[in-house]
Design a protein around this ligand. Structure first.
Ligand code: ITT
Length: 197
């Protein structure tokens, strides 16, 4: 089975492809950067994931999924949340976002946070479902490791005793928000295939 994936983030695509190996074939939407942009102005991860999947499904010849994800920090009232990718403003990079996060948390003792990922599946303008995954951690006061992407080097995952920046992709995916959401989506397709037998 082939699923189209709408993302401009190479880190996400790498993780999805790795995790879906042997289950489904994941194909990026061709020339996504040249298509009219999807405005991600929803208040929740669910809304934005659905918007992205519905928007880009018009250009995919089969079922398509998109994820909206981010970091939710308790001491910051849930920020950066749905604006995680552009936390530090226009032209934001992983480095500038991480620097701003550290600045905002300077002197704050409560460092609890979670990554959230919502995957939405759509086909030709119809939403088939949304699938959510979360993982709990805490934010360190300096980066550790160069694996992964985004806020990974600051996100300490207690059961592993290290940050997501210090683990290889497959190990992160076993426990990550994106891994959990993807497995929920794959279960959905397995059930649908079983019911149509
Ligand atoms: P697309 O919308 O094109 O998929 P994006 O990066 O803009 O790409 P989002 O709007 O969903 O995607 O923002 C996700 C941001 O949240 C991402 O850029 C990181 O800053 C952060 N993030 C999400 N998942 C992460 C992960 O597994 N590790 C580290 N940071 C993550």
């Amino acid at each position: 089975m082939k699923l189209y994936c709408a993302t401009t983030n190479p880190g996400k695509l790498r993780e999805f492809r790795l995790a879906a190996q042997g289950h489904v074939e994941i194909e990026p939407v061709e020339e996504l950067g040249r298509l009219p942009e999807c405005v991600e102005d929803g208040a929740t991860f669910e809304e934005n994931a659905a918007k992205k999947a519905l928007h880009y499904s018009a250009w995919a010849p089969g079922p398509l999924f998109a994820d909206d994800s981010g970091l939710v920090v308790d001491a910051l009232g849930g920020a950066p949340g749905v604006v995680s990718a552009r936390f530090s403003g226009p032209g934001a990079t992983d480095a500038s976002n991480n620097a701003l996060l550290l600045e905002k948390l300077r002197g704050i003792g409560n460092r609890t946070a979670r990554f959230v990922c919502v995957i939405a599946v759509a086909e030709q303008g119809c939403l088939a479902g949304t699938f959510r995954g979360e993982v709990e951690g805490r934010i360190l006061d300096q980066a550790r490791g160069a694996q992964g992407f985004g806020y990974d080097p600051l996100f300490f995952f207690e059961p592993y005793g290290c940050t997501f920046g210090e683990v290889e992709g497959p190990r992160k995916f076993e426990v990550s928000h994106r891994g959990r959401a993807l497995r929920a989506m794959l279960d959905y397709f397995d059930r649908a295939a079983f019911q149509s037998r």
